[in-house]
Design a protein around this ligand. Structure first.
Ligand code: GDP
Length: 306
């Protein structure tokens, strides 16, 4: 996972270790590093941010021993990346659901999660995997088949729901997804189901229609959390998609799927840097269990220390 990005960080450390860190050295090391980041699908703004930080830190630095230099470069890199993660609000999904269950003990209200993202990113699969995860945490779930456009999407989610033994709420294709979402919320209220997970459509005729549709769902059910689902293999495209969804629906957190097949890693690094929203889970396979919490500390360590 993310091997290309790891190797970009590794070669930066090696190059810096064997150079005098004169201005010329730093310029040439950083321009090679920039290229390696771009090849790993890191977004341009992120490349610029990291190299600017490094340039400031490395220029004119007097570090004599090469081991000290390697440590110094690694520390600067980590600081630069952590800076982008530090500014994000933390999201603890399970904690937030449990908190709401406790707080609404007398007048029960379910915790509502809306999933956003374009077709094929793994939204439906992610809804199912999250339903599995929540059930394992003793949190009851109802799913809403809110993608009423893509052929097969309703059946796909209903099959998952059947396998997972959770209730699915659906209407016919072409129906209003906001109405499906509301039905699911009402079902959860009536049956004291803790969490409502709403799947949504990924592509309608125009992106404006899609965004209008998402905004309507948000107005009607007022989700407690909006999660952007992005395909980590889409590299820079996933960053543009995240920006567009953020502009219209200001999501709270992101889940990146297909990280198991992502040899580059640029999307994982760029999404938070650019949107200011945390990645909360990574999809790492096609089975229900293949949704793992994203740990930023471990992610940065694995990129830089390996
Ligand atoms: P949607 O159109 O966004 O609802 O996408 P789907 O949930 O139908 O997923 C599209 C494809 O991606 C399916 O074949 C999924 O099995 C696959 N997929 C989803 N998440 C992952 C993941 O984390 N890893 C891998 N390898 N495949 C995934």
């Amino acid at each position: 996972m993310f091997d290309k990005l790891k190797s970009a960080f590794g070669s930066l450390t090696r190059l810096a270790t064997h150079s005098s860190l004169s201005k010329e050295d730093v310029d040439s090391i950083l321009s090679e590093f920039e290229l390696a980041l771009i090849e790993s699908d890191v977004a341009q703004e992120v490349v610029e941010g990291i190299t600017k930080d490094l340039k400031g830190a490395l220029s004119g630095t007097k570090v004599a021993r090469s081991e000290d230099k390697a440590d110094f470069v690694k520390t600067q890199l980590k600081e630069s990346i952590h800076k982008s993660f530090a500014s994000t609000t933390k999201v603890d999904l399970i904690g937030a659901i449990n908190k709401k269950i406790k707080e609404t003990k007398n007048e029960f209200e379910p915790f509502v999660v809306l999933f956003l993202g374009i077709n094929g990113t793994g939204k439906t699969t992610t809804v199912a995997r999250l339903a599995y995860l929540l059930k394992n945490k003793k949190i009851s779930v109802v799913v809403a088949c809110g993608d009423t456009h893509r052929a097969g999407a309703i059946e796909q989610l209903m099959e998952h729901a059947e396998r997972l033994n959770v209730k699915a709420i659906a209407q016919s294709y072409g129906s209003d997804p906001a109405a499906v979402a509301k039905d699911a919320e009402l079902y959860a209220e009536a049956h004291r189901v803790d969490a409502v997970l709403i799947d949504s459509a990924g592509r309608i005729q125009t992106s404006k229609n899609l965004m209008d549709e998402m905004q309507k769902i948000v107005r009607v059910v007022k989700p407690d959390l909006k999660i952007f689902v992005g395909d980590s293999l889409a590299g820079n495209d996933v960053v543009s998609q995240a920006k567009e969804f953020k502009a219209f629906t200001d999501f709270d957190a992101a889940i990146l799927t297909k990280a198991d097949a992502d040899v580059k890693g640029g999307a994982a690094l760029s999404i938070t840097y650019i949107t200011g929203k945390p990645i909360i889970y990574l999809g790492v396979g096609q089975e229900y269990k293949d949704l793992v919490p994203f740990n930023e500390e471990k992610f940065v360590e694995s990129l830089i220390e390996d």
